[in-house]
Design a protein. Structure first.
Lengths: 173, 173
DNA sequence: GGGTACATGTAATCAGTTACATGATTTA
DNA sequence: TAAATCATGTAACTGATTACATGTACCC
């Protein structure tokens, strides 16, 4: 275990996914992120390979490598990894992420709001529809937290639709 | 001008602020970000010093340095910088930022939603109150885009309050 | 049996974060 | 005048992004 292994959100995503999967390769994790979590917190391809290596070096994961063929790497949680995840889950947070919305940033610096509304609305409406279809599929079968985060996503996309619709109509949002 | 200077959101923030300020030091920019923009898109201290240097190397800014005392660096837009900013502003975007909310991430992986709601609600309510006070102060005097982005922030914080309130009451959000 | 798409990684670069450092100004 | 705080940066590190590269399976 190297001297200091800082655990970032990316780290906990890997730990959380491996906790659910039992044992998995980076590629498995990539797939899992793509189906679900990635909608509100994606992890780029290369990180999904780099992060388990870091975590293994820190003692949070054990690694088993195929001897032949593709020489895939299989990871699973060590007791230290399980404990780190449990502690992180048990600690509620009041941290608030910044909006960091690219369209809003342009408007802040003087871009035309109505034009921005016209560009944003179709994409936002598509997202709402997509998420609503998805939530119907998974409600009841997926873990409650997964459904909740999807509902959070729907709420925020609807808020954007509300906001840009008013802007489009020249009303005060 | 070095071969390739990629312009990121941080770059455009620096360009946008300098466009409004005329001429400014990194420290001036830091202050300006702290009052307003930083609420929905902050830029860390060290970046505010590093980015103008990069932009100057790329030909987007000109630099003038005090000969004495603190040897402050004063930056201003070059014509290339003005054009880059104008083009960026003129191009609407349908890009959608991921939520990346730390509390939701924990709930996704199994943290207790009610406990998270209890931690989140006070902070979210404070933000709403703070923003609402601020918008009353600046409405009418600040540029419209600045007011709009503040209203966007209010909308999203209210959405979080709505969401976590329902979770707290055990209802479906 | 040749092309295309999926699977599985590595390497290089770049941006963002943390930590450190020092001069100037205000206040006790 | 000593202490505290504001102003102004630099350096080192680490994590994230982009680009590259190759093997395998499937399909036409």
């Amino acid at each position: 275990m190297s001297s200091e292994t800082r655990l970032s959100s990316t780290s906990y995503i890997v730990l959380g996914l491996l906790d659910a999967a039992g044992e998995a390769t980076p590629y498995d994790l990539k797939q899992t992120v793509a189906n679900g979590l990635g909608a509100f917190w994606s992890v780029p391809h290369a990180q999904v390979y780099a992060e388990p290596e870091r975590l293994a070096a820190g003692g949070y994961l054990s690694e088993r490598r195929e001897e032949e063929g593709r020489r895939r790497r299989y990871y699973r949680l060590t007791p230290a990894g399980q404990q780190a995840l449990r502690e992180w889950l048990a600690e509620p947070t009041d941290e608030m992420t910044e909006l960091r919305d690219a369209g809003m940033l342009k408007v802040f610096f003087g871009a035309d709001p109505k034009q921005m509304a016209a560009a944003q609305l179709p994409a936002r409406r598509r997202k709402v529809a997509e998420y609503e279809a998805l939530v119907e599929q998974i409600a009841g079968v997926a873990p409650p937290g997964v459904v909740l985060s999807l509902r959070a996503g729907i709420g925020h996309e609807r808020e954007w639709v509300r906001f840009w619709s008013l802007v489009e109509q020249g009303e005060e949002p």
